[in-house]
Design a protein. Structure first.
Lengths: 499, 186
């Protein structure tokens, strides 16, 4: 069955469309302010024509280039490697050994869906930028390619471990059990969307807006004068009008984040397939990602006061990455219920790993220090405000109770639990953040002491993993040392592969 | 494929403790390097201030003008004193299964990386470091730069010895894993 891919293959002919689409979107992203100026119409008609010609030339050139590069792009399987040959002027040949491949993910935007093709992304364990993608393969071919890659990968992995004959039975394809863990309907997604962090999406909109404005400013739009007149009006219109605008802004950001959530996570499904999770979602762009158990380093789940009403958690499957943790390596699954999280955990870690978990609090000094630092900050702020504008002094004092309450909440929510197999930490102020990981995936352990901790015989244990770190802050030095010794003992005696 | 499940009890007191480690201090010239470095740093800043005052004619309030030199001198002295004392808090140690590196006078930290988690390591020699006959050993892990450690203040020969030792340990570790794995299969 591997014959299909043993000869150099081209992608589906529709890949040309995808390549052109990609190129055009890159070009548009770079020159869109010019296009807008062009459409709205600057003065000087002669320049407009030049622009038009230039655009046409660029467009034609990139089209021709796309077509050529399509015909010069081959992929095939040779021995234990996936090989990609490409390049119009300078040729490149990429060899991707199967045991380096971490996952094969599918993506379909609207055009893909219409043409019944799939973009195949191949994720490797290498450094950043070592991802490969086939722009378009027909659905059947994409699935066959993935199955072959994954099967061959399993074989080579086995051979590397020197499994020998004993596990030969396993290698000959046990039908993988498929089980659906989670599916979200539109009404679920609306609930998820409602409970998003709207402050954050508001900020994103704000920054995107100001970025766009600065881009337009550069090509000669005068926003500032318009804004000035607008603000003058706002002052004369009075507080009510400003309030209306603020409310409008909040409503808009709310609606946008709601729509965004429904679109990106449309018909979200989480499947357990063999020893990996397969996640499918998206309306306009359908994505199929998979996360192999061994590559997942941490499972994180979090709520916020809004989500608590619906008893929903956001789950992140954090995978190993050689560079710093980027968003791509962390798979985000919103709208998980506690039972589903339990299922994710037991699937990943095994049932007996979760026995005997008892969360312990930390030293009260965590609260004291947090409050102390915030009081100092508040004093500086208040004094500054007092010098600047007398009356601001009193409202700024109101921050004090806020700081004390949030510090208390933060102190209450930091806990940790360790048994022979896993580490579980919690944190949060208004929400609850949970992280869980098996001890054998720890990369290194750091015991740190700040001057404040030094005087009180306290310490922070930082557990470094291949996808971020977990902290156990403010525990007694004696306990911290014990913890560190135990963690190291567990890492150094456990021979399982962490990836 | 799950390994056979064992759950033998561990005597917590028997786990090797890090309290007993005796750390090796950095080379003596690393101390002079630290002092030299903080001296040069403040010298540059003082030069910049002088240039700013004379060439650009930068004016400042009287209070700041009077406090300027005492503050600069104090800062210089205190960083030099700081780098002197922190030298004695820095050290490294190699155990059978891991590398330990500690540092910090006020903000202390002891980092430990098991050999089985080291990706690779390299010896680095900066231009200024070389003047002092120093090299550093950078140990890379899979956790990104936040969990890497950099052991400075080694003599170049020592750094290369350590590097070789670490590489040997990594190889030994890998062989051991392979041996155990193939043992389990049978």
């Amino acid at each position: 069955m591997t014959d299909e891919f043993s000869q150099p293959n081209r992608q589906s002919i529709f890949a040309i469309i995808m390549i052109i689409q990609k190129r055009i979107s890159v070009i548009i992203r770079q020159i869109w302010p010019i296009i807008i100026v062009f459409l709205i119409g600057g003065n000087g008609s002669g320049r407009r024509e030049y622009l038009l010609y230039a655009t046409i030339v660029i467009a034609l050139f990139s089209m021709v280039w796309s077509v050529i590069s399509y015909f010069k792009y081959y992929f095939y399987i040779h021995q234990d490697e996936l090989i990609i040959e490409k390049g119009v002027l300078s040729k490149t040949r990429l060899n991707i050994p199967f045991d380096r491949i971490q996952s094969v993910n599918f993506q379909q935007n609207v055009v893909h869906q219409l043409l019944k093709v799939i973009k195949v992304e191949i994720d490797t364990a290498g450094s950043a930028g070592n991802e490969f993608a086939l722009d378009a393969l027909s659905v059947g071919r994409a699935q066959r390619l993935r199955d072959i890659i994954l099967a061959r990968k399993a074989e080579t992995d086995k051979r590397i471990v020197e499994a020998g004959a004993a596990s030969a039975n396993e290698a000959t394809h046990v039908e993988e059990v498929e089980e659906r863990i989670l599916q979200l309907s539109v009404s679920d997604l609306i609930k998820v969307g409602i409970s998003q962090n709207h402050l954050r999406s508001g900020l994103v909109i704000f920054f995107a807006g100001s970025w766009m404005m600065s881009q337009l400013n550069e090509v000669g739009f005068d926003f500032e004068s318009q804004f000035e007149s607008y603000f003058e009006n706002a002052i004369t219109m009075g507080l009510v009008a400003t309030l209306i605008i603020v409310v409008f802004f909040i409503v808009v950001s709310f609606i946008i984040s709601l729509i965004r959530t429904v679109f990106t996570h449309f018909n979200l499904q989480v499947w357990r397939v063999g020893s990996k999770y397969r996640i499918i979602r998206g309306l306009f762009t359908r994505k199929e990602t998979s996360a192999v158990d061994s590559k997942i380093q941490i499972i994180e789940w979090a709520d916020n006061p809004l989500k608590r009403i619906f008893s929903y958690y956001d789950v992140r499957l954090k995978q190993a990455s050689s560079t710093a943790v980027n968003a791509k390596q962390s798979i985000f699954i919103p709208g998980c219920q506690p039972t589903q999280i339990e299922q994710l955990k037991t699937n990943w870690l095994g049932e007996e790993a979760l026995f005997g978990i008892e969360n312990q609090g930390i030293s009260i000094h965590y609260f004291y220090r947090r409050v102390l630092f915030r009081i100092i900050f508040n004093c500086i702020l208040s004094t500054g405000l007092f010098i600047y504008e007398n009356w601001l002094f009193w409202p700024s004092l109101l921050l004090l109770p806020y700081f004390i309450i949030t510090s208390w909440l933060a102190y209450q929510k930091v806990t940790y639990a360790i048994n022979h197999e896993i580490l579980h930490t919690t944190r949060g102020v208004f929400g609850n953040w949970n992280s869980i990981m098996p001890l054998y995936k720890i990369q290194s352990v750091v015991l740190g002491q700040t001057p404040y901790q030094l005087r009180r015989d306290l310490a922070t244990v930082s557990v470094m993993t291949a996808s971020g770190k977990l902290n156990i802050p403010y525990v007694e030095l004696r306990v911290a040392k014990k913890l560190k010794d135990y963690l190291l003992y567990r890492i150094e005696t456990d021979r399982r592969d962490w990836i | 494929m799950p390994a056979p499940f064992h759950n033998t009890q561990i005597d917590i007191e028997q786990i090797p403790s890090q309290a007993a480690i005796s750390f090796t201090m950095m080379k003596k010239s690393y101390l002079s390097y630290g002092i030299f470095f903080s001296f040069i740093f403040w010298l540059v800043i003082i030069t910049l201030v002088i240039l700013g005052k004379t060439v650009i004619g930068f004016n400042m309030p009287l209070l700041l003008e009077r406090a300027l030199w005492p503050v600069l001198i104090m800062a210089m002295i205190s960083t030099i004193v700081y780098s002197y004392y922190s030298y004695f808090k820095e050290g490294y140690a190699l155990r059978d299964k891991d590398v330990v590196y500690k540092e910090g006078l006020f903000w202390r930290s002891i980092a430990t990386i098991p050999f089985s988690r080291i990706q690779h390591c390299e010896v680095k020699e900066g231009a200024v470091q070389r003047l002092f006959g120093l090299a550093s050993l950078h140990i890379y892990t899979a956790g990104g730069s936040s969990s890497d450690i950099d052991i400075p203040g080694l003599s170049p020969t020592r750094a290369n010895e350590l590097k070789q030792l670490v590489l040997n340990k990594i190889n030994a570790e890998e062989l051991e894993v392979k041996r155990i794995k193939s043992g389990e299969e049978e």
